[in-house]
Each structure stands twice: as structure tokens, then as C-alpha cells.
Design a binder for this molecule. Structure first.
Ligand SMILES: NC(=O)c1ccc[n+]([C@@H]2O[C@H](COP(=O)([O-])OP(=O)(O)OC[C@H]3O[C@@H](n4cnc5c(N)ncnc54)[C@H](O)[C@@H]3O)[C@@H](O)[C@H]2O)c1
Ligand SMILES: [Zn+2]
Length: 364
């Protein structure tokens, strides 16, 4: 079967298959990308409930199945170590291929377990959230959280393939769907104007059932693939993917990851970045209005009243060190993005103010 995108990184070939109904073709895809290897399914109880039957019927009823809990709190070294215990109990050898079916949490944790077990066994990502299809399954970053921070433990390793069945997104809760949609919108702004236009002016519930979803996933995956294949180990260009993330991460940290989804936080962070780009003359006020309207159309939840100072220090600035400068990805048009490395605390403050004013004036 022909892949939708042929991604190559560090000499590793990771074809990406995208389309509705691909779960049924999983067996045939494995025959191509992992010939002769024995599959073991790793998924979560939630995903198993919705899609387990389809996966077992594609890979055979006797394929071993391992369940790991998802949810950000489960993405720990304990989870990885538990999975490795199960790999050993099953007697998995290097002729195995882990078929990892789930959102970004299962993908990151089980991918990491597969990439360190016996110094690395083959794995295939079958992402089942929109965020995982457009973002986390692409690029080779794997890992888990530590008590002192997110994604502090991990490695780079590349899957034999990524199989994104857009039909599995039908069972995704609306807030998880919207979270992924913000990453897709981000990809449009940083690298694909037509992708931005596919999402613009449409609410999340309007996009969801539409046939345009496969195109949205494919275009987003192309933007990310182009960036990561130029920068496999995150030395520079990958920073472009952080558009909206400087303040998005700050919102998540200040609200202890409990109030709003990652995507909603990134949506608000994009509004802050747009103001800074406007002040620098990189983006016109018409373009700012257009991007901000597209963000608000998706109805991000507001995280409530937050202190600007807290957000600014969570974003890595400390007012006491006014000489500190920070790197940020800023749009220079719809579909073009630049990494700027001399953002001042004052600029960040202006971005935060614009963002807070927008969410306090928003209906959500
Ligand atoms: N490796 C990377 O490059 C990278 C990039 C971005 C994000 N991430 C990581 O991804 C994680 C977030 O991923 P996520 O947003 O997919 O969250 P997630 O994996 O927690 O999934 C969200 C929820 O959706 C449920 N779910 C998954 N698929 C479903 C389906 N088809 N139908 C119904 N429910 C389904 C899950 O059970 C879970 O409750 C974070 O840990 C983040 O750090 C990694
Ligand atoms: Zn993100």
C-alpha cells in the first residue's frame, strides 16, 4: 500500500498512512513495513473499548494485547517499567513489533518502552486522537514525565510506520477533538495557508463530521514532517512548532495542567504571539484579526483569572533580570513562521495583556 507521506529522519524510514478505515488494513501494512515480525498490541482500556475489536480482527484474535492506562498522570517511568515486565512475561524477542494504539500518552510511554526494551524493538504508531495524528506520532520524540517536569525522560526513535485512521476520531470526546484542532490550526499558520483556510470560519462541531478531516490531518502531518525531517534531533527549525507554546505551556503550568486542554492553552498562546508579531511589524493587523477569529471560532475554554506576572515567570522570564531574552516562534504571515531569539520581557508582557483581554472578553 502506498504511504500518504514518506518521512525519512536520520536514515530511518517512517511512512505515514492517513485515511478513513485504515485499521482494517493494519495487517497488510505490517506485512509491508515489518515483514516477519510478531505483533503485540499495546493500547489503553478506553481505546480498546471503542476500537479493540477492529484491531484484533485486523491482526488476528491470538495477537497478545497489553493494556496501559492513559491520562497524563500515567505517563511515568513506572508505566514504562510495568510494560517492560509484561514484554518479558510474554517472552518478546527482537522479532517483535509493538503496535501502539492510542493517544499521545500511550504513544509516548509505550514507544519509549519499545525503544529501550532489548535496546529497541520495532514499533508502529496507530494514533487515535487528533492531537496524536497531527502531532505526537510524528517526529520520533518519545518519553515520560518526571515529578519535577513534563517529558523530562525519553529518547528519539522512529516508528516503522504511522497509521492514522481518521474514522477512529469519531469516538473522541469533543474537548479532545478541539485540542487537536488547535495544533492543526497552528500548523496552518506556520506552514500551510490552505490548511488554515480549511479550519477558518468553521466551529469544531462543523469540521468534525466533514470529509475535510482527512485533508486536515494530512496537511498538518505534512507541515510537521517537513519541519522534523530538516531537524531530526531538535537543534533549530523544530522550534517553529512551538508557535503558541511559550504562553500555552505557561498557562498549563500555572493552572497545574488541570483547567484546560493543551490545545486550548496553545490557542490562547497563539493570540499572545500574534500581538508580539504585530508589534514587531511581522504581521498586519488584518492577519492578526483573521488568525485570532479562527482561534475564537473554535471556542477555547478560558482558564479563568490568571496573574500576568505568574504567566510571565512561568514562560521563563523573570522581571528581576530585565536583560533576559527569549526565543519564540512568531508568524510572519498566514503560512509563514520565523524563530525570533530576542524577545524581551516587555514584549511578552504586551502579548500576555492582549491574551488576557481577549479571554476576559470572550464568551467562553
Ligand atoms: N512525542 C511528541 O512529539 C509529542 C508531541 C505533542 C504531544 N505529546 C504528548 O501527547 C500527550 C497528549 O496526547 P493526547 O492529547 O492524545 O492525550 P491522551 O493520550 O491522554 O488521550 C486523551 C484522551 O482521549 C482518549 N482517547 C484516545 N483515543 C480515543 C478515541 N479514538 N476515542 C475515544 N477516546 C479516545 C484517551 O483515553 C484519553 O482519555 C501529552 O503527554 C504530550 O506530552 C507528545
Ligand atoms: Zn503542542
Amino acid at each position: 500500500m502506498r504511504a500518504t507521506i514518506d518521512l525519512e529522519q536520520q536514515g530511518a524510514h517512517s511512512p505515514i498512512f492517513i485515511g478513513a478505515g485504515l485499521l482494517a488494513k493494519l495487517g497488510a501494512i505490517l506485512d509491508d513495513v515489518a515483514p516477519g515480525l510478531r505483533p503485540v498490541i499495546v493500547t489503553s482500556p478506553t481505546v480498546d473499548r471503542f476500537h479493540g475489536e477492529a484491531i484484533r480482527s485486523a491482526l488476528g484474535p491470538d495477537t497478545p494485547l497489553l493494556l496501559v492506562d492513559d491520562g497524563e498522570e500515567q505517563k511515568t517511568l513506572d508505566c514504562v517499567s510495568g510494560l517492560i515486565d509484561r514484554f518479558l512475561e510474554l517472552g518478546l524477542k527482537r522479532d517483535s513489533v509493538a503496535v501502539i494504539v492510542g493517544g499521545g500518552v500511550v504513544g509516548d510511554a509505550a514507544g519509549f518502552a519499545a525503544s529501550i526494551y532489548l535496546r529497541g524493538v520495532a514499533f508502529v504508531h496507530v494514533p487515535t486522537t487528533l492531537l496524536a495524528q497531527v502531532d505526537s506520532s510524528i517526529g520520533g520524540k518519545l518519553g515520560v514525565n518526571h515529578a519535577s517536569g513534563k517529558n523530562l525522560i525519553g529518547c528519539f526513535a522512529w516508528p516503522r510506520a504511522v497509521v492514522s485512521d481518521t474514522a477512529v476520531l469519531e469516538t473522541l470526546p469533543p474537548r479532545e477533538f478541539r485540542s487537536g484542532l488547535f495544533e492543526a490550526l497552528k500548523s496552518g499558520v506556520i506552514g500551510d495557508r490552505s490548511l488554515f483556510e480549511l479550519i477558518e470560519k468553521r466551529g469544531s462541531s462543523e469540521i468534525r463530521p466533514a470529509g475535510a478531516l482527512t485533508e486536515i490531518v494530512e496537511r498538518s502531518a505534512r507541515v510537521k514532517s517537513a519541519i522534523v525531517s530538516d531537524d531530526p534531533r531538535e537543534a533549530g527549525r523544530r522550534m517553529l512548532l512551538n508557535y503558541g507554546h511559550t504562553l500555552g505551556h505557561a498557562i498549563e503550568a500555572v493552572t497545574r495542567y488541570r483547567m484546560i486542554t493543551h490545545g486550548d492553552a496553545v490557542g490562547w498562546g497563539m493570540i499572545a504571539a500574534n500581538r508580539i508579531a504585530l508589534l514587531r511589524g511581522m504581521l498586519s493587523s488584518e492577519e492578526v484579526t483573521r488568525i485570532n477569529s479562527a482561534i475564537l471560532e473554535l471556542e477555547p475554554e478560558s482558564p479563568g483569572a490568571l496573574e500576568p506576572g505568574e504567566l510571565i515567570s512561568a514562560a521563563g522570564f523573570d522581571k528581576k533580570f530585565s536583560s533576559s531574552r527569549r526565543v519564540m516562534a512568531l508568524p510572519a504571515g498566514i503560512g509563514i513562521c520565523k524563530v525570533v531569539d530576542d524577545i524581551s520581557a516587555e514584549e511578552l508582557e504586551a502579548g500576555v495583556e492582549a491574551m488576557l483581554a481577549t479571554w476576559s472578553g470572550s464568551r467562553y
